[in-house]
Design a protein around this ligand. Structure first.
Ligand code: BGC
Length: 692
């Protein structure tokens, strides 16, 4: 009997495990029904109500009308967890005291694990539901173009395929809770230096091949809202850009739902109305004439006004905001689980860049811990900041593991550094939106790191930062380097687990780390003499300046590969405590015209570990300049020592095409292609040719 009960409960647990979310998954209403319902409400709106609805209010709300049974809709920021905005209107009681500080998006991307992206966003969505947040202002999916961008920690790296794949799962996970995603910033926001006045000059091919695909993947995954960017795109501010919103977003990508402006990014309300934008956020920015005045003066029509309000209503209706309770306290019970998710993501997203064998660090040695983030959590600043609770700290976590063998010293002299058997040196930067950050660490800090690695060859560098950072001067002499990004409240515990070997690292770089900034395709982004920090309080007072995306489609590793520039660390690189080998590659074109590739991955080391197999494709004799190779598939696999797995990848020919500027459309040439498979963009041992 007991056996049967055990079996039944095991089966129930198994099914529950498979289906943890299925029972509660939120279903979004279909577009046609939502628009139909929106139209019937819209008919009852006065002109004034329409004019007020196309501007946000109280900073983070879409206006509600009790007389129409519509409550205000609440939004909050994302990127490092749910940011509980401080300024709630007086009539709204905060339902959550605190929210989990999750790892930043760039760390999430480093996991190369789409299922984890789903789980991460699902957890975020649950916090939103517990806190009454209807729309989460993320994920941020701007492609990293240059290492000075202060906001890269909020995005998912330099590759459109990786970003799109991770972000699409994020959208699905988040929206499965009934929280709407808001993909941002559409598009061309690759610098924070006076971002309201920068004019990104990007050609159509580059827009289509590099900057749009991630947005398309999220839209196809059902993203329910989108935020336009601060910058201009080819001469017109993104939030008022008709070609961009009506043309590319609505017509080409088929986006049906809510479009909102970034906060205080609209310069010309009339142009905004004509552009296809739906709502100006936050709505209290005074830039002159209101929508009502424009309407009264006959500058905008009733039809245009309706076209703005309709997607707002349809989105809120489809998400059920007006039907179901805003708060769902049952989700609060799930919050303890989120801490586990935050830890899991940090464990998989911290990247081991270099290791001479010193890691994992066994006990019994005298360790000196010093540097920047010993007793504080490394995190980015700006609208995405989340302080979390019960934050783990590197000093405390390592002390828990190494006990008396660990000496913590904030400012040791070189003599103490020399005497230690091992030095753990914490370094990094605090990046923020609304400013650039130098690629280089401050001169003094870089010098200090150099003298530490010089004085003690057993130095492990722990780097916490939001973007690529120059490490050229001390890289060779460091015994090991761990890239920890901004890892959230559980992150330093995950770092300690990796250092001690309790966890085997498996993160991969979602962006290239170049040797020197001059190597970067975005090296000339800032005007000559520009300081990184934006000195002017009113950003609008700076003269507009152009940012030429002259590298075209050669962004990130596409640039370094094609130009033959060796970076310090390649896109996709990341080590493990075990070793893997790839073999028995096979690539062919199937009878139905698809590309099929098979490879075998084997764990050749002595412990269980995860590896990310990456598949790149390059056209051999392209008719236009194309990158040597581009990521088209990847898979993260966990293997026991000695275990091997045959992996199969199938790619549609459409997925390896290019944007044909003459024809204004996608094209895949016939001819030869090289399929390269490896474990980083710089290490692809299997190269197979196919003919299309
Ligand atoms: C940021 C957005 C953010 C908004 C609201 C802006 O400054 O660019 O990403 O969602 O503020 O906080």
């Amino acid at each position: 009997m007991r056996k049967i009960i055990n079996l039944l409960s095991a089966a129930a647990a198994f099914l529950a495990g498979l289906n943890i979310y299925a029972a509660e998954d939120f279903r979004i209403m279909d577009c046609e029904t939502a628009y139909h319902k929106a139209d019937s409400i819209l008919k009852t709106f006065s002109v004034e109500e329409k004019c007020l609805m196309v501007r946000g209010y109280e900073k983070f709300f879409i206006r509600g009308y009790a007389n129409h049974g519509l409550r205000p809709v609440f939004m909050c920021d994302a990127s490092m967890g749910l940011r509980l905005s401080e300024k709630l209107p007086e009539n709204l009681i905060r339902q959550l005291d605190s929210s989990t500080a999750f790892p930043s998006s760039v760390l999430l991307a480093s996991t190369f694990n789409p299922e984890l992206s789903y789980e991460y966003a699902r957890a975020l969505g649950e916090e939103c539901r517990a806190g009454g947040v209807d729309i989460l202002l993320g994920p941020g999916i701007n492609i990293t173009r240059q290492a000075r961008c202060g906001r890269t920690f909020e995005y998912m790296g330099e590759d459109p395929y990786l970003t799109g794949t991770m972000a699409a799962e994020y959208v699905r996970g988040l929206q499965s809770t009934g929280t709407a995603a808001c993909i941002k910033h559409f598009i061309g926001n690759q610098t924070e230096w006076y971002r309201k006045s920068s004019n990104s000059i990007i050609d159509p091919r580059t827009i289509h091949e590099i900057y749009l695909p991630a947005f398309k993947k999220c839209i196809d995954a059902g993203a329910m809202s989108l935020m336009t960017a601060y910058n201009m795109l080819n001469g017109t501010h993104a939030g008022e850009n008709r070609e961009l919103i009506k043309g590319i977003l609505r017509e080409e990508l088929g986006f049906k739902w809510l479009v909102m402006s970034d906060w205080e990014s609209i310069w010309d309300l009339e142009r905004m109305v004509h552009s296809g934008q739906n709502i100006e956020m936050p709505g209290d920015w005074d830039f002159g004439t209101g929508v009502q005045e424009l309407f009264d003066e006959g500058k905008i029509t009733m039809e245009e006004l309706d076209d703005m309000v309709r997607p707002i209503l349809a989105t809120c209706i489809a998400m059920g905001f007006y039907e179901r309770p805003q708060y769902d306290s049952s989700y609060s019970e799930r919050i303890p689980e989120h801490v586990k998710t935050a830890r899991k993501v940090a464990r998989e997203g911290i990247v081991l860049l270099k290791n001479n064998g010193i890691l994992p660090l066994s006990g019994g040695k005298k360790i000196l811990l010093t540097g920047k983030f010993i007793d504080e959590v490394p995190r980015g600043k700006g609208s995405s900041i989340v302080t979390g609770y019960n934050n783990t700290l590197l000093g405390r976590e390592l002390a828990g593991i190494y006990g008396d063998d660990l000496l913590v010293c904030k400012n040791p002299g070189l003599e103490e550094i020399r005497k230690a058997e091992v030095v753990i040196l914490s370094c990094g930067t605090v990046d923020s939106e609304n400013r650039e950050r130098p690629f280089e660490l401050p001169e003094e800090e870089e010098k200090w790191i150099c003298s530490v690695v010089e004085a003690n060859p057993n130095t492990i560098i722990v780097m916490n930062t939001g973007n690529a950072t120059r490490m050229t001067a001390f890289n060779d002499k460091a015994a090991a380097i761990l890239y920890g990004w901004y890892p959230g409240q559980e992150g330093q515990a995950a770092m300690a687990e990796i250092i001690s070997g309790a966890v085997n690292p498996s993160g991969k770089l979602p962006l290239t780390i170049e040797k020197n900034f001059a190597d970067s395709p975005g090296a000339n982004t800032l005007p000559k003499g520009a300081q990184f920090f934006n000195e002017l309080k009113n950003e609008r007072m700076i003269k507009f300046y152009d940012v030429h995306y002259d590298e075209g489609v050669l962004v990130g590793y596409r640039w370094y590969d094609t130009k033959g520039i060796e970076p310090l660390y390649h896109f996709g690189h990341g080590l493990s405590y075990t070793s893997f080998s790839l073999g028995k590659g096979m690539a062919e074109v199937t009878p139905d015209g698809r590309i099929k590739c098979e490879v075998t991955l084997r764990n050749t080391g002595r412990r269980e570990g995860k590896e990310v197999v990456q598949l790149y494709v390059g056209e051999k004799s392209p008719s236009v300049v194309r990158p040597v190779k581009e990521l088209k598939a990847f898979r993260k696999v966990s293997l026991a020592p000695g275990e091997r797995r045959r992996l199969e990848f199938v790619i549609e020919p459409d997925e390896i095409g290019f944007w044909d500027s003459a024809e204004n459309g996608w094209k895949t040439n016939g001819g030869k292609y090289v399929i390269s498979v490896g474990t980083s963009s710089g290490d692809t041992p299997l190269n197979m040719e196919i003919s299309l």
